[in-house]
Design a protein around this ligand. Structure first.
Ligand SMILES: Cc1cc2nc3c(=O)[nH]c(=O)nc-3n(C[C@H](O)[C@H](O)[C@H](O)COP(=O)(O)OP(=O)(O)OC[C@H]3O[C@@H](n4cnc5c(N)ncnc54)[C@H](O)[C@@H]3O)c2cc1C
Ligand code: SF4
Length: 486
């Protein structure tokens, strides 16, 4: 009889001391972090003075009942805290992570106003909802009754998803169309993983699928499916397409290699993190590793670019912004974070031209100092470029982060009657968010211009309420046409 081969068991304890140590560190980190988060949430929530004038609540776009869920958290009643918090917010763990709380709830906390430091509302919101997920308290929607009417939603970003969940709660058949291959809009492809972990978005997407929201991904409305056809298929439509036209820089040399739009750069980084093959990242053109990076712009997108570049291993990261720190649109907290990570801000600077190397790749930015002049009609000081005070910043990668405008939706959708403002945002009436096309509603950035996730959620909820009223009020209901989901 053949001798049985000796099975060699790997004993992690004995044979793999590095792995054992790493596992232990991981366990320690998660245990310590969980303990620390619980302690912090209890400590911070008990700091709320229940002041009776909840400015935090009135400055939260969702009017979250913050004092009540803080009190419940302080008393250790976390499931009830979660119930109160999710009653007004579809994605509390996302807002807890990425709302600019310094401008919203926390900035208006009376304790902060009194100079004692805000209650950390966002972190507690995140903690309570993460705890709810861990304990299985977050459940798919189960409407009391199914309704025959269907609603089509164009855009699977926060506005579209919040509307989808609200409409499913009432029992509508909800179909969400998106040109991307994943659910989440800017939550998945815009905002970097270090601010919002992709698993957090993906588990929400799964919950919505489990709630029987039908997703049609890789479906570009206008190009793949005519808008008019979609109107025929559904009893009501919601446009929640966001804003994606990157603002351009007009300067000589702007067409050189390695000058890239912010969203291309961030999408490549996010896709790479999600495990996709991204040739432009792999060949180095959208990877900041080993490069001197210059980001142009001063909003939150610019902050995400500089902080992503630091994480990718850039040799230096500079942010050129034409106004000063006090006048930048991005969150001050984000600027502080970026500075702490080694980003250099070059305030009051505007690009004049881009310099190239012999291979037509960017090698530097010729920039000029800027003087802030008299305030314009909006009250903001007008930047005046001092071309005689020019200097060069060396660069191997330049990222343009000057903000976004809406795409030309009436043309893309072949629907000239779709009403838009002079900025291209879709015009709606309030409070129901319906356009002047019968049964067509709009929500989120495509109505407000580039805004915030929390405002997208608010609009999505308001639009869902408007759609429900519209369908209920319709004299005669059109037959609904169910369409096969992917
Ligand atoms: C880099 C970056 C960082 C940001 N960071 C923050 C932050 O930290 N905190 C914060 O609150 N906000 C942040 N924002 C803003 C926030 O992401 C947006 O305000 C929010 O995502 C808007 O939601 P929305 O649903 O209106 O649009 P989006 O999230 O843009 O979603 C729109 C969806 O519509 C789809 N779509 C568009 N056109 C079509 C079409 N024709 N057919 C089918 N589908 C279509 C798109 O593919 C997309 O999935 C950031 C934005 C950017 C760009
Ligand atoms: S949703 Fe945003 S603004 Fe509202 S309480 Fe949460 S973190 Fe604050």
């Amino acid at each position: 009889m053949a001798k049985r081969p000796m099975l060699k068991f790997v004993n992690v304890e004995r044979d793999m001391p590095e792995k054992r140590a790493a596992d232990q560190r991981n366990r320690d980190f998660h245990e310590i972090y969980a303990e620390y988060a619980a302690e912090k949430a209890a400590e911070q929530s008990s700091r709320c003075s229940q002041c009776g004038v909840p400015y935090c609540q009135s400055h939260c776009p969702l009017h979250n009942n913050i004092p009540d869920w803080l009190m419940l958290t302080a008393e250790g009643r976390l499931e009830e805290a979660y119930e109160v918090s999710q009653a007004t917010n579809n994605f509390p763990e996302i807002c807890g992570r990425i709302c600019p709380q310094d401008r919203l709830c926390e900035g208006n906390c009376v304790i902060e106003q009194a100079g004692h430091g805000t209650v950390t509302i966002g972190s507690i919101e995140k903690y309570v909802t993460d705890t709810a997920w861990a304990n299985g308290w977050v459940k798919p929607v189960q409407p009391l009754q199914e309704r025959p009417e269907s609603v089509g939603i164009i855009g699977a970003g926060p506005a579209g998803l919040a509307a989808a969940e609200q409409l499913r709660q009432i029992g509508y058949q909800v179909h969400v169309y998106d040109r991307y291959d994943r659910i989440g809009g800017l939550l998945i492809y815009g905002i970097p993983n270090f601010k919002l972990e992709k698993e957090v978005v993906e588990r929400r997407a799964k919950l919505l699928r489990d709630s029987k929201v039908q997703f049609h991904l890789n479906t570009d409305i206008g190009a793949a499916v005519p808008f008019a056809e979609l109107r025929e298929w559904h009893d009501a439509l919601l446009i929640a397409t966001g804003v994606y036209k990157a603002r351009a820089i007009q300067a000589p040399g702007v067409g050189l290699g390695n000058i890239v739009p912010a969203l291309d750069y961030l999408i490549a980084s996010n896709r790479n993190g999600l495990g996709d093959s991204v040739p432009a990242f792999e060949n180095g053109s959208l990877d900041a590793a080993g490069k001197r990076v210059v980001v142009i712009g001063g909003g939150d997108t610019a902050m995400d670019c500089v902080r992503t570049a630091v994480r990718q291993g850039a040799t230096s990261v500079k942010c050129l912004y034409r106004r000063n720190r006090q006048n930048m649109p991005g969150s001050q907290r984000e600027v502080a974070n970026a500075e702490e990570e080694g980003v250099e801000f070059v305030w009051l600077s505007a690009p004049l031209a881009f310099l190239g190397d012999p291979e037509d790749r960017v090698s530097g930015v010729r920039a000029a100092h800027v003087h802030l002049g008299v305030p314009d009609a909006t009250g903001r000081q007008t930047p005046q470029v001092k071309e005689d005070e020019a200097y060069t910043v060396e660069a191997d990668l330049v990222i343009k982060a000057l903000g976004f405008d809406p795409e030309d939706l009436p043309t893309l959708f072949g629907e000239p009657a779709l009403p838009v403002t002079r900025w291209g945002t879709v015009k709606v009436s309030y409070p129901n968010l319906m356009t002047n096309l019968d049964g067509v509603f709009a929500a989120g950035d495509i109505v407000r211009g580039a805004s915030l996730v929390v405002w997208g959620i608010r609009d999505g909820r308001d639009a869902a309420a408007g759609i429900h009223k519209y369908i209920q009020n319709r004299a005669s209901s059109r037959p609904s046409h169910a369409v096969a989901a992917e």
